[in-house]
Design a protein around this ligand. Structure first.
Ligand SMILES: Nc1ncnc2c1ncn2[C@@H]1O[C@H](COP(=O)(O)OP(=O)(O)OP(=O)(O)O)[C@@H](O)[C@H]1O
Ligand SMILES: [Mg+2]
Length: 393
């Protein structure tokens, strides 16, 4: 499912008194319109306006999004010289690695561009020189928004390190006859994504235990982003296609292109364009553009419902009253006999009903209308650990 903007107008710069400074049209993920940038900081008293131009790079104050998007050298200067954790690939190296971005190597396409499987030479500190499987994401959007997402991805992924977050190995920014090429190189995830296993036909059914492990891993990844770093990172686009799966089905969060830094101390939220994927964004964020970590908590609740039911958050192929998963599910939650009716049939009844009920109830808490009433990811992780370690399983 591709991302798209919600049909709202940006309310950037809402002050604590609720004054609106200005409005801009929304952009489409991967389109040429940029997310509006405005002032540098919030007006105090609870609200904060975050602008990419000002929050973009903690390493280089001089590089703003507007200036860095236009030349490869500025990106290279920013990342090539200062981020020695990331490897700089040449375009020719990635062409060889992906067999010239061949169709057979394609892993899929999202709003950002196409993703290809590749093989690169790699020096491993323990294994020495090896051939490493990678996923190469090629930015296909020529617009500012694509550049901005590319930069956000590098900015956030280069500073994170957690077993439940995908590893960015390096990048490539180079000009060729088609213009500037911007690519990202990630560790390859052999089981691709939760989306593939949960919704596509022909693959083995994810067992109940695997689903629980995935839920816990995703929750731990989000907790790390929300509380485990010197800044808070709000992922903003949690959904099954962005939950990649390692060979043993360990989940790894990916796609930080829409991620934003959370509000600074003293601010309740960040005011931003409303972007994400329909079906996964919290209602208060859709309505106001006020972004908090509770938006990720909401999305996580939706993913829990998907793990229980095997249905998509939003499925326009279903009858009208079943299209929005959450609306369809909620009347069935809280009663074991009713819950059975919405559980994924492909599980063939191979799950513990009491555990399923607890997961369903947690999903309901994560999707409470009032954001403040939703638990923090720390509480969600604790609840899930208790459930996963329960003797019922
Ligand atoms: N590191 C990876 N290893 C294996 N497959 C990957 C990797 N990264 C992405 N993919 C796969 O490539 C496909 C495209 O991914 P991409 O993130 O560009 O789009 P998406 O998540 O499907 O949509 P959106 O742009 O809305 O996020 C997905 O099916 C995803 O599972
Ligand atoms: Mg993705």
């Amino acid at each position: 499912m591709k991302c798209f903007p919600f049909p709202l107008w940006e309310k950037e710069g809402t002050s604590s008194k609720g004054e609106k400074s200005s409005c801009w049209p929304l952009f489409r993920k991967g389109s040429s319109e940029g997310e509006p940038t405005s002032g540098t900081s919030g007006t105090g008293g609870g609200s904060q306006t975050a602008s990419t131009a000002t929050t973009f790079n903690s390493h280089s104050q001089s590089v703003s999004y507007a200036s860095s998007s236009s030349t490869s050298s500025s990106v290279m200067e920013t990342y090539g010289s200062k981020q020695n954790r990331l490897r700089v690939f040449s375009l020719s190296e990635l062409k060889v690695a992906t067999r010239n971005f061949s169709h057979e190597n394609s892993l899929g396409e999202g709003g950002f561009g196409c993703v290809y499987k590749g093989l690169v030479a790699h020096r491993d500190p323990y294994k020495g020189d090896i051939q490493l499987d990678v996923a190469v994401k090629q930015l296909n959007s020529r617009g500012q928004q694509g550049h901005k997402e590319w930069l956000a991805e590098v900015k956030y992924l280069e500073r994170v390190n957690h077993p439940n977050l995908v590893k960015l190995i390096g990048y490539c920014v180079e000009d060729d006859d088609r213009g500037q090429q911007m690519l990202l190189v990630y560790e390859f995830m052999p089981k691709i994504s939760l989306e593939v296993h949960l919704f596509r036909k022909g693959l083995p059914v994810l067992s109940w235990q695997t689903r629980l492990n995935i839920a816990l891993g995703v929750a731990e990844g989000l907790l790390y982003l929300h509380e485990g770093l010197d800044i808070q990172i709000i992922l903003r686009d949690l959904k099954p296609s962005n939950i990649l799966l390692d060979k043993d089905y360990t989940p790894k969060l990916s796609d930080f292109g829409l991620a934003r830094q959370g509000p600074d101390a003293g601010h309740s939220h960040v005011s931003t364009a409303v972007v994400g994927t329909m079906g996964y964004a919290a209602p208060e964020y859709i309505q106001t553009g006020h972004l908090t970590a509770k938006n990720d908590v909401w999305s996580f609740g939706i993913v829990l419902l998907e793990l229980l039911t095997g249905r998509r958050a939003l499925d326009s192929n279903l009858p009208r009253n079943e299209q929005y998963l959450m609306d369809w599910c909620k009347p069935y939650i809280g009663d074991n006999r009713k819950l059975r009716k919405i559980m994924d049939q492909r599980l063939g009844g191979q799950y513990d009903v009491e555990t399923a009920e607890r997961i369903a109830s947690l999903a309901c808490q994560c999707t409470l209308k009032i954001a403040k009433s939703r638990p923090k990811m720390r509480a969600v992780v604790e609840a899930l650990k208790e459930i996963v370690e329960s003797p019922h399983l």
